[in-house]
Design a protein around this ligand. Structure first.
Ligand code: ZN
Length: 126
């Protein structure tokens, strides 16, 4: 059974990555990946360009984000939660990002997650 390789966690220069969303798509395709998720820290600012690049280069792109949160069940610690496959136009993500409302340079700042589920089913289309 043939396997498809995907990377569900990468960052563009819209958070702490080095490459543009399009450069990530080009590199992922060059390396033989089948799909790539853009999971910038606390931002979906690069998602539109990312999906446009996917269409342009014939490559599967997945909407994602990586949210920093405080986990306090045992001891206070920072965790990062990756959300995948949501609509970048959803009200839920708009509300989360609006509540954050801080400059990109503070993107790693800690915050508390609202009680909302972000990890949604992976959209398998092929
Ligand atoms: Zn990350």
């Amino acid at each position: 059974m043939p396997y498809k390789t995907v990377d569900l966690h990468c960052h563009s220069y819209y958070s702490d990555g080095t490459f543009s969303p399009e450069a990530l798509v080009i590199e992922a395709k060059k390396r033989g990946l089948w799909a790539l998720a853009l999971t910038d820290h606390d931002s979906i600012d690069g998602i539109s360009l990312f999906h446009q690049a996917g269409k342009k280069h014939g490559f599967e792109t997945i909407t994602g984000i990586e949210l920093a949160a405080e986990y306090t069940a045992f001891q206070k610690q920072e965790i990062h939660i990756v959300g995948l496959g949501f609509s970048p136009f959803s009200q839920a993500i708009a509300e989360i990002l609006e509540k954050r409302h801080f400059p990109a340079k503070n993107a790693m700042k800690k915050w508390f997650l609202p009680s909302i589920k972000l990890v949604l089913p992976f959209p398998m289309r092929k």
